[in-house]
Design a protein around this ligand. Structure first.
Ligand code: C2O
Ligand code: CU
Ligand code: CU
Length: 512
């Protein structure tokens, strides 16, 4: 284990000095990524600081969290999440200009990334932009996304995993006219759910092991927290709801299904609404993926209960990496309850799910800049290293195909690189690959490998709509098409198993 860590330190150290040379930020009191003539519609102060919260009755758990307040803009632009370490939920409207003042009150450097938002490099929250204790980073950006649920979290060099784990995360909702016209369930009928897992010690403090096992497989907790709470429970009316779920766990992949077999009705994913609802028996949700569900409780009587389960599955996480979740009886099972619901109020009327949600056009592969030469993203776990295209983050600058022309459409192939794996193939696992910048579309998923294991997950992928993260199972090749519009600069792509990210399973494109 020591060997692995040393190796990693040595390798990354070189990269770190490159960053500091490029952008000597850790010294400046304030860093402003201001755009010229930018007058914000929404302006927010956001503090990253230490705090204590009650996750268990009668005890306090120390956390790191975001705390914010609104300086300017509509009152609903920022709302606190009750009884939670989660940061305030930010609610933006497509087209708004946003300014965020991030203040670091933590004992180490940090930087915040707006996961899913298509923003300029200076506002993307890159490891090289990290600020030290007492410093402020000012972000300016315009909301260019369509309606969608996104989230913000640290993107600190080698510390994304630990900072996210300590509690630094918050949700971002983007609204737009197209979505408003659908009049989807809103207000008390729109439920935002962030799924995370943690380990607690006997004093109810977060435990984060940092060893080779965890670096290679990612952190797995044995307790599930939803919006920062244990045994999350919702009382609902007998009508339709919108449940918007993000997997904000470090590494855990969920296989979501209702306990009574009711199909899940998916209306949206990472990049917003689908064209039409899709029903699934279960949904695979990997770290940083989002799913937007239409959930209809009408016809259910008062007192009826339902629970969202994560079912057991094979083929994504090596057996030796499995950490079971404790259910209410203290039993550790492959399947477990994520949250539960009781119908507590009967109401007469309920909206019906719209048949048509959006009019997304497939991105035209014939307009791709590289029709016969997709950009590879080869996922490598060989030689005790976690790599993309055979390299860790920032190693050897940019590869030829990591230079991308501004305003181009690119085909990208994501697959597992088995060269040099040898005995490591028993560690083959699924990796949620995330690309910064604009969301992409999934063109095709092909698989060759263990069909029995694959059968337990394959019907749970939602490949329509716009995505910013795609789970690539062992044996899979996923072809995507992604636009690189509007902003020049360096934009990361990485595994969103954040332990993998911190190990260097991250690269970037230079858009020029
Ligand atoms: Cu949610 Cu580059 O990350
Ligand atoms: Cu991101
Ligand atoms: Cu990974």
């Amino acid at each position: 284990m020591a060997k692995l860590i040393q190796f990693k330190r040595r390798e990354i150290l070189g990269a770190a000095s490159v960053f500091l040379g490029l952008q000597p930020l850790l010294g400046a009191k304030q860093t402003r990524a201001e755009l010229p003539n930018f007058s914000p519609d929404v302006e927010i102060e956001l503090y990253a600081r230490r705090d204590r919260v009650s996750i268990f009755p009668d005890t306090q758990t120390p956390v790191w969290r975001y705390v914010g307040h609104l300086l300017k803009g509509p009152a609903n632009s920022l709302s606190n999440v009750n009884d939670s370490y989660l940061g305030p939920t930010l609610r933006f409207v497509s087209g708004q200009k946003i300014r965020v003042h991030l203040h670091n009150e933590l004992p180490e450097p940090t930087i915040t990334h707006w996961h899913g938002l298509h923003v300029p490099m200076a506002a993307d929250g890159r490891p090289s932009q990290a600020i030290g204790n007492g410093q402020t980073y000012v972000y300016d950006f315009e909301v260019r996304n369509r309606a969608s649920m996104n989230f913000y979290h640290p993107h600190t060099h080698e510390a994304t995993a630990t900072q996210l784990y300590r509690g630094l995360a918050g949700l971002i909702i983007v609204e737009d006219e197209e979505e408003r016209a659908l009049e989807l369930p809103s207000g008390p009928y729109e439920i935002l759910l962030a799924l995370q897992d943690r380990v607690f010690n006997k004093d109810n403090q977060f435990v984060y092991r940092s060893d080779m096992h965890q670096s290679m497989f990612g952190f797995y907790g044995d307790q599930i927290l939803v919006n920062g709470q244990r045994q999350y429970h919702l009382n609902v009316d007998s009508r339709a709801y919108r449940f918007r779920i993000v997997n904000a766990s470090n590494a855990r992949i969920y296989k979501l299904a209702w306990n009574d077999g009711t199909p899940l009705t998916v209306i949206g994913v990472d990049g917003g609404l689908l064209n039409q609802p899709e029903n699934r028996a279960y949904i695979m949700l990997a770290p940083s993926e989002r799913v937007d569900l239409w959930v209809d409780f009408s016809g259910r009587s008062i007192g009826s209960k339902l629970s969202m389960q994560s079912l057991s599955f094979a083929g994504l996480v090596p057996e030796m990496a499995q950490t079971r979740v404790q259910d209410n009886e203290g039993e550790k099972n492959g399947s477990f309850t994520v949250f539960s619901v009781s119908v507590t109020r009967q109401v007469g009327e309920s909206p019906k799910v719209p048949e048509r949600l959006s009019k997304i056009k497939p991105l035209d592969t014939s307009k791709a800049a590289n029709p016969n030469q997709p950009i590879p993203i080869a996922i490598g776990m060989g030689h005790m290293r976690l790599t993309l295209n055979g390299r860790v983050y920032a190693q050897e600058g940019f590869l030829p195909y990591e230079h991308i022309r501004l305003n181009s459409l690119q085909l990208i192939d994501i697959f597992h690189d088995h060269s040099g794996m040898g005995m490591m193939s028993m560690m083959a696992m699924g990796h949620p690959i995330h690309l910064h910048g604009q969301p992409f579309q999934i063109l095709k998923r092909t698989f060759s490998g263990d069909d029995t294991a694959y059968a337990t997950i394959k019907d749970g992928f939602i490949d329509s709509g716009y995505k910013d993260t795609v789970l690539v199972a062992p044996g899979e090749r996923v072809e995507i098409i992604k636009p690189f519009d509007d902003f020049v600069g360096e934009f990361m792509y990485h595994c969103h198993n954040v332990e993998h990210e911190d190990m260097g399973m991250m690269r970037e494109f230079n858009v020029e």
